[in-house]
Design a protein around this ligand. Structure first.
Ligand SMILES: NC(=O)c1ccc[n+]([C@@H]2O[C@H](COP(=O)([O-])OP(=O)(O)OC[C@H]3O[C@@H](n4cnc5c(N)ncnc54)[C@H](O)[C@@H]3O)[C@@H](O)[C@H]2O)c1
Length: 461
């Protein structure tokens, strides 16, 4: 602690801060840093693997004993991290997963990767982050750095994390321990990028804290320093808001072009040949996942505190929210014109349940809204998804728990009036769907890959 006037001089403060950083930087140079990861989910587990690959000791902490056991056994937790990867992680002897927070005392860097959902009023739910921070403060010791990776609104690290850590530990941020923010850019299931090839934005409020944060991420990728924590928080939200707006736009274009007889996917494919100034985004049955439908509204909430409105973001959210309804209308029309049947009483096979292709994640998936609305209109709906054999328990749709994937075989699809392709997994037999079904509503242009078969009964929507 700094007690005297002399000790409060800018030079004394800078010196103390640098001493804190020097200990950490020495360990970083010697490659003896221990990394603590809090929350071993879609973000935390691949991050643990990235440090493990570089030969660093990792302590992984999660409140879920089931996950901890799976990881320590070398079993599969996330479908896109296969058994070989999990066994390599276990056999390295460098990763210990635990439910005992005291184990994090030995970590030099503490990376928080816990959920940041919206609550029932669509406002930020920071309860996981706050709970974790309060617990971490109890074990915090001088020389450690705490870095929040969870997506959140600008100001969280400075206004929520930092004061909770100081109050709970009695230590001073920036002098005795460090705080930073670094947003996660993980894209589960994307084979084109891995941690080492995704640059990492890092924000810290003082030079010493920035040095420590940059040293932490230098181990696994290229850090991109920005001037402070709130800027780094804003970077993440801006990236996801950019996606939200563009996805909403392209969905609107879909609804405008359809009655003109123009195929929006053909438009996008041609437009993207422009070597500059255009970036392709693709339409679908609605917005899904734990990021794009949620993160932009963290900014909306925070903007209100500053008396600023976010009309553009809210408009994009409204446009996207209409998509499941739009698709249902197209299904109803197609049933009537192609099969001369009403939607009520029909049997619909939904192909793809997860919110995006090649993953098993169905959080916030628009496909669940499709099932809801189709059932409300009297249709009998079943699904096929190679990644989801059985619907797990979900907070918003407990009633679908236990539903099972219909096999995608000639016999399995017999008796269904219509297939609705909601997610374009690569390992689905689209030829079989086009060959065997009388009517297909394709919301992802997945049937474009089917060649040599008649497609008059395929309606893009
Ligand atoms: N999944 C992605 O692709 C992705 C990408 C970028 C950013 N993010 C952001 O990263 C954060 C984490 O997302 P995720 O997808 O990994 O979530 P997740 O639900 O897959 O994992 C979170 C983990 O945290 C654990 N946890 C909850 N409370 C805890 C506590 N108090 N202490 C310790 N562990 C706790 C849970 O048991 C779970 O294992 C969120 O803010 C999310 O928005 C996610």
């Amino acid at each position: 602690m700094l007690n005297t006037v002399k000790e409060h001089s800018p030079e004394a403060i800078a010196k103390k801060a640098q001493e804190m950083a020097d200990g950490f930087l020495k360990k970083s140079k010697d490659k003896t840093l221990t990394i603590g990861i809090i929350g071993l989910g879609y973000v935390g587990l691949p991050l643990a693997e990235a440090y493990n690959k570089q030969g660093y000791n990792v302590v992984g902490y999660d409140i879920d004993p089931r996950k901890v056991e799976i990881i320590n056994n070398g079993d599969v937790l996330l479908k896109h991290m296969d058994k070989t990867r999990m066994e390599t992680l276990r056999d390295s002897g460098l990763l210990s997963a635990t439910t005992d927070i005291a184990a994090l005392k030995e970590a030099d860097a503490l990376l928080i990767c816990v959920p940041t959902p919206l609550n029932a009023h669509r406002e930020p739910d920071l309860s996981y982050v706050k709970k974790t921070t309060v617990e971490l403060a109890k074990i915090l010791h001088p020389g450690q750095i705490v870095i929040l990776e969870s997506t959140t609104y600008p100001g969280t690290s400075e206004e929520v994390i930092l004061p909770l850590l100081e109050a709970g530990s009695g230590l001073k941020a920036g002098l005795e321990f460090a705080v930073a923010y670094s947003p996660e850019r993980e894209d589960p299931g994307n084979p084109n990028f891995e941690t080492s090839t995704i640059p990492k934005v890092v924000g810290a409020n003082t030079p010493a804290e920035m040095e420590m944060a940059v040293a932490t991420y230098n181990i696994i990728t290229t850090p991109v320093p920005v001037s402070n924590m709130r800027t780094a928080e804003a970077v993440k939200l801006s990236e996801n808001i950019f996606r939200l707006i563009n996805i909403a736009l392209v969905n609107e274009l879909k609804t405008v072009y359809a009655p003109m007889g123009i195929d929006v996917w053909e438009v996008i494919d041609a437009a993207k040949t422009k070597p500059f100034g255009f970036m392709p985004f693709y339409p679908g049955p609605g917005l899904g996942g734990h990021c794009i439908p949620i993160d932009p509204f963290y900014l909306t909430w925070k903007a209100r505190e500053h008396g600023v409105s976010t009309r553009f973001i809210e408009l994009a959210g409204d446009v996207i929210a209409q998509m499941p309804k739009y698709v249902i209308e197209r299904i109803s029309e197609a049933m009537s014109t192609h099969l001369k049947k009403p939607l009520a009483g029909s049997r619909i096979l939904l192909v793809g349940l997860s919110y995006k292709k090649n993953v098993d994640d169905m959080r916030e998936s628009p496909t669940l809204h499709l099932i809801d609305q189709l059932r409300q209109r009297g249709a009998d709906v079943q699904y096929h998804d190679p990644y989801i054999a059985k619907v797990p328990m979900t907070r918003d749709h407990p009633e679908y728990h236990g539903m099972q994937s219909v096999p995608l075989t000639k016999e399995g699809v017999a008796g269904f009036d219509c297939a609705v392709i909601a997610t374009d997994h690569d390992n689905v037999d689209y030829d079989l769907i086009v060959r065997e079904m009388d009517l297909i509503i394709d919301t992802r242009n997945a049937t474009a890959r089917v060649t040599g078969l008649p497609k008059d009964h395929v309606i893009k929507s």
